[in-house]
Design a protein around this ligand. Structure first.
Ligand code: FPP
Length: 251
């Protein structure tokens, strides 16, 4: 049975003309602008990330309530290690605390957690929290929520190529589907909609293989200010697009 927040977002989506039978199955999000949001308010960058975490809780709930099957968010890129040590360790602690805090709620909401990225390079306590999140939600059948942490699209392709070579597959058997099968989560369909907040028109090395045909929606709103209405705007924009996958639009 739908929760009250669940029926509210469904009503709002319907009243905006969103077709619930034509939702993006997989939404990917580049959650940008936490730092600028905090700066504008005279706050430290970590407070921006903390507010970004609050936004993320709402978006996970909204996607689940709406009936989106997969949500993948860019929480920490393989390039983010270049940031000041204080910000990096603050983000690691925030993500660890968030996972510990949210595990039971995620499991109760039937949300399955996955991690994309080189987990072996993360601090052990964060790894433990993430592994517990994966384990405790492994039987969930609702939204699949993938946190990209220490994730880089190029690194993911490098890891796939290494796995292919290690398994002894000859060069003439290498086709696109084989590479897709060796990415971090081959069972997760490619994103249909990629949302980027805070106005930059870049992919920033996020899901660069899988998002080849994703519809990109960029909003000027910073991630901490991204709300249900913004999410529905992006879905409505997605539904106005004609996806052609290199072919011609249906006449
Ligand atoms: C980009 O904004 C955001 C990040 C590098 C971190 C994203 C992390 C969160 C939203 C925190 C919550 C995550 C979890 C999983 C608890 P930016 O700092 O680059 O912003 P700027 O471009 O304005 O500086």
């Amino acid at each position: 049975m739908a929760t009250s927040s669940g029926s509210k977002i469904l009503r709002e989506a319907t009243s905006r003309g969103i077709d619930l039978s034509h939702l993006p199955a997989h939404i990917a999000v580049i959650m940008d602008g936490n730092g600028r949001w905090a700066n504008k308010k005279g706050l430290g960058r970590l407070l921006g990330h903390r507010e970004g975490y609050n936004t993320l809780k709402g978006v996970v709930r909204d996607c689940g309530d709406l009936g989106v099957r997969y949500l993948t968010v860019y929480a920490f890129s393989a390039e983010n290690w270049r940031r000041p040590e204080e910000e990096v360790s603050g983000l690691m602690k925030l993500i660890e605390g968030a996972m510990i805090e949210q595990i039971s709620q995620l499991a109760a909401s039937n949300v399955r957690v996955q991690i994309a990225g080189r987990m072996n390079e993360l601090p052990p306590s964060l790894r433990d929290a993430l592994n517990k999140g994966i384990q405790d939600t492994s039987g969930c059948t609702g939204l699949t929520f993938t946190l990209a942490i220490n994730y880089g699209g190029r690194a993911e392709i490098v890891d796939a190529v290494k796995a292919i070579i290690e398994s002894g597959i000859p060069a003439h058997d290498i086709i696109e589907e084989l590479i897709s099968k060796h990415l971090y989560h081959p069972q997760t369909p490619e994103p249909d909609l990629m949302i980027r907040t805070a106005g930059e028109m870049r992919w920033s090395n996020f899901l660069i293989w899988q998002a080849a045909y994703a519809e990109l929606v960029v909003t000027d709103v910073s991630w901490p200010d991204f709300d249900t209405s913004q999410l529905l705007n992006a879905v409505a924009e997605y539904q106005r697009r004609t996806r052609k996958f290199g072919a011609l639009a249906p006449s």
